[in-house]
Design a protein around this ligand. Sequence first.
Ligand SMILES: [Ca+2]
Ligand SMILES: [Ca+2]
Length: 142
Amino acid sequence: MGDYDVSVRLLEYTRDRDCKCDGGFWGSCGECDVYFQICLQPLSPTQGRICQGNNQDDRVDDTHHFLFASALRGHDTYTWSNVNGQPTFQISVNVFDYDSIGDNDDLGVTSYTYRGNRPTVQTVTTTPGNKNMRYKIEKYGE
Ligand SMILES: [Ca+2]
Ligand SMILES: [Ca+2]
């Protein structure tokens, strides 16, 4: 029996245009084919991370910007139920580039720490952010 629920809705994905993501042969632009892993890390008390997503079938090809509501409808909301303790947690969103040949590429991770009394719509920046990756996420419920 847990103490709180968390829902996160991903709204918008933005990253600097990256034509080298898929090689960019012969002057063409090989943009990233992105999919996501979303993790909840409870901070009080500290518990194990619980991750969702990480499904390369739920991806957007050749992109550096999109709205989840149109591009990934049905795969934009993630819920964690019955989490123990205080509603203090970190949400991290890791983005990967799907490659049909070879290993997928890790494009970076953004994290957002919720401690209550914060705006529910946040724009967070990647670290390291060499391509200035940003998400807009909405957190609701508790
Ligand atoms: Ca690639
Ligand atoms: Ca790719």
